[in-house]
Design a protein around this ligand. Structure first.
Ligand code: PGA
Length: 253
């Protein structure tokens, strides 16, 4: 059974006390409103992972990193490895987010190595893909996403790819307040699933959760999540407010 998942990407926001407060506010909201059968993964900045995972473990949700190193271990100053994260109880990592591609020069090859590191150390990659506005305007969005998905994931075998979560995040929708329409999201999610079916067969493609990200909020989540191939969301801005985030968690029909 495909899982319903809502993940929060806090990006580089909040100082320690505010981050801890937000964690506890989320716990309070979840206690009050519940979360049905939706899996929740919160991805705070790396320095707050330990604090967050302690709270998450006691309250039935999971914590993910926003990034990890493509290298195993050793002389890579400033990096954090998948094995370190795993040893701290961190189960997931966002990988290939468009901000990492744009500002930190991550290529599909580097991202593919990060996916391998995550899987090697028992973590679940949340692999992000999506086109920029000019690519959509030039009607190249399907080609762009096909390339991103195939270059980062298609070296994997069936079993490994089944461990992955995919997030479709059109770059023009991230942090802009312009959300993809429900039809645009469904169209691209169905396309991604068809790529997975072509490569791995239906049994595998039907098991992989594909999340939508890009200005998803408490108002539009229900319409987006009602689509047959939209299995939840990767939430940025709206994940920084506990009530909004938990409302999104409860937006499945
Ligand atoms: P947003 O960010 O919800 O603020 O658009 C989503 C993301 O970047 O993952």
């Amino acid at each position: 059974m495909r899982k319903k998942i809502v993940a929060g990407n806090w990006k580089m926001n909040k100082e320690f006390q505010d981050a801890e407060d937000l964690m506890f506010e989320i716990v309070d909201e979840l206690t009050e409103k519940g979360s049905g059968d939706t899996e929740i993964i919160i991805c705070p900045p790396a320095v707050y992972l330990e604090m967050s995972s302690d709270i998450a473990a006691e309250n039935g949700f999971m914590v993910g990193a926003q990034n990890l190193s493509q290298f195993d271990s050793g002389a890579y100053t400033g990096e954090i490895s998948a094995s370190m994260l795993h040893s701290m109880g961190i189960t997931h990592s966002i990988l290939g987010h468009s901000e990492r591609r744009t500002y930190f020069g991550e290529t599909d090859k580097v991202i593919a190595d990060k996916v391998d590191q995550a899987l090697k150390h028992g973590m679940t990659p949340i692999y992000c893909c999506g086109e920029v506005l000019a690519e959509r305007q030039a009607e190249r969005h399907f080609d762009v996403v096909r390339n991103q998905v195939s270059e980062a994931l298609f070296h994997l075998g069936k079993e490994a790819v089944s461990q992955c979560i995919i997030a479709y995040e059109p770059v023009w929708a991230i942090g802009t307040g312009v959300t993809a329409s429900s039809a645009q999201a469904q169209e691209m999610h169905a396309f991604i699933r068809s790529l997975l079916t072509e490569k791995y067969g239906m049994e595998v493609s039907e098991e992989i959760s594909i999340l939508y990200g890009g200005s998803c909020n408490a108002k539009n989540a229900a319409e987006l999540f009602a689509n047959k191939d939209v299995d939840g969301g990767l939430i940025g801005g709206a994940a920084l407010k506990a009530a909004d985030f938990v409302a999104i968690v409860n937006s499945f029909q």
